[in-house]
Design a protein around this ligand. Structure first.
Ligand SMILES: Nc1ncnc2c1ncn2[C@@H]1O[C@H](COP(=O)(O)OP(=O)(O)O)[C@@H](O)[C@H]1O
Ligand SMILES: [Mg+2]
Length: 446
């Protein structure tokens, strides 16, 4: 992409309405525009990151055998009356009637609908295990939408639902989700810690929230500092292997880590004092096992091997896809702007031409641009007729992990400059070497 042809409405001023850094930076970098309280347009740069995050979520879900589908945003009230949640949900649910006076709603979540789908088509235990998920817009009429995409009213969520014959199988699905979530967040450059959470009115011990530590987080959390040393990394996992998935759950949940709702002072006190931490966190996901409640109410039954009709064991598993943009920026920025982790960056590298219109620098930039594309990378070439300072400021603000600077003085020596956004360190090298270096950096990521 050439910046002269892109739509990147960066703001010079810091928007007054934005209280936290990620919201400020998303507005300043021209990623989003508020259309109503908690409702945003995703401008090209923001949309690109959103799509990148979606793609990572899809890839990790499908590695575990979970199947994508797409349910609508609008739902009829009927299913919700069956589950009993139509009244229980309260004013957070956006309700309306269509022209035939039928009661409708904008889905805040999809347990009812997915259970109805499975009830309609699945009748034998042989079709199990089954996990279906989608990435779809949700609407929750939050009392206080705030912090930009962090707490929106319309927001994008990945929600997945497992259907299993037994509790044991459903807990295996739970563990699979835990593993997929660890991998998903790590690919986005985030450490999201699974913490024991409140299961709310559904009850049971089986729920974990994934929290990214950040001062601006809305949740209060308590944990053993040892937990922050754990990473999943690139180890192989066999998702069909129950023991292997269970071992990961144990590894990542055996140390104390809880949100304030389940915090237990006595248990916390048993950790050596120097490892006790209390902090704030951003909830970027939650997994849940809740048994047969929805399948009983909505008739999702199968015949088991003995020919008995039994209700399916279910769980639901959510990732806050649009919120993740805010969470990543909260975790990765400096006073000049965003610092995208390589896994989610909207462009792989920026090219800054220090003397636009100069035959040699223009030619070198074109060569870089084409060379990076030939390696499967997507550069953003700042080809505007602007001063170097302005170009650098834009690149720093939008946070591409790598910048290649091309100027007449360097070209005389046969070099360009490769700069890391994160460390600020620069290195001079030949043009082809810069292309090779970037290709190497993104190997296995892009
Ligand atoms: N209002 C919102 N704006 C943006 N993301 C949200 C919002 N509400 C929930 N999410 C994201 O969706 C994920 C799954 O939602 P869920 O656990 O059902 O939400 P909650 O914990 O608010 O009840 C959450 O972990 C969070 O990351
Ligand atoms: Mg939650």
């Amino acid at each position: 992409m050439r910046l002269s042809r892109y739509f990147l409405p960066v703001l010079k001023e810091t928007p007054a309405e934005a209280q936290i850094v990620s919201h400020r930076l998303m507005l300043r970098a021209g990623m989003i525009r508020q259309q109503a309280a908690g409702i945003y347009s995703w401008l090209p740069l923001g949309y690109k990151v959103l799509k990148r995050i979606e793609q990572i979520v899809h890839e990790e879900q499908q590695k575990a055998g979970h199947l994508p589908l797409l349910m609508p945003t609008l739902q009829s009230a009927e299913l919700w009356q069956k589950s009993g949640r139509y009244d229980a949900y309260g004013p957070e649910m956006l309700r309306f009637t269509d022209r035939h006076d039928r009661e409708m709603l904008y889905g805040p979540t999809n347990e009812e609908m997915i259970t109805d789908i499975v009830a309609a088509y699945v009748s034998s235990y042989k079709a199990l295990p089954l996990t279906l998920y989608h990435i779809q817009w949700k609407f929750r009429d939050e009392v206080r939408p705030r912090f930009g995409v962090m707490r929106g009213r319309e927001f994008l969520m990945k929600d997945g639902y497992n259907f299993d014959l037994t509790k044991e199988d459903a807990l295996h699905a739970y563990n699979r989700h835990l593993v997929t979530y660890l991998r998903t967040y790590e690919r986005m450059g985030l450490q999201a810690i699974p913490m024991r959470a409140d299961s709310g009115p559904i009850g049971g011990d089986y729920t974990h929230e994934f929290l990214v530590l950040a001062e601006t987080g809305e949740s209060e959390v308590f944990y053993d500092s040892e937990i922050t040393e754990l990473t999943f990394g690139d180890r192989a996992i066999d998702y069909d292997d129950k023991a292997e998935c269970q071992a990961v759950l144990e590894e990542f949940t055996s140390r104390y880590a809880r949100t304030d709702e389940t915090h237990d002072e006595a248990a916390f006190g048993e950790i050596p004092e120097e490892r006790r931490r209390s902090a704030r966190g951003i909830e970027v996901g939650q997994i849940f096992y809740f048994g047969t409640e929805y399948s009983e109410k909505l008739g999702a039954m199968v015949t088991d091997a003995e020919g008995q009709k039994v209700p399916l064991h279910m769980g639901s598993h959510g990732i806050g896809v649009s919120r993740l943009l805010g969470a990543i920026i909260e975790a990765s920025h400096d006073d000049k702007g965003i610092i995208w982790p390589e896994g989610v960056t909207p462009f792989h590298a920026g090219i800054v031409n220090l003397r636009q219109g100069d035959a040699a620098t223009d030619a070198a930039c074109e060569q870089l641009y084409a060379g990076l594309q030939a390696k499967g990378l997507e550069p953003l070439y700042d080809d505007r007729d602007e001063r170097a300072g302005g170009k650098f400021a834009t690149m720093d603000l939008i946070g591409l992990p790598w910048r290649v600077t091309v100027g007449p003085r360097g070209l005389e020596k046969g070099v360009v400059e490769l700069t890391s956004r994160k460390t600020g360190e620069s290195e001079e090298m030949g043009l082809e070497a810069a292309i090779d270096r970037l290709a190497q950096i993104y190997e296995g990521i892009a």
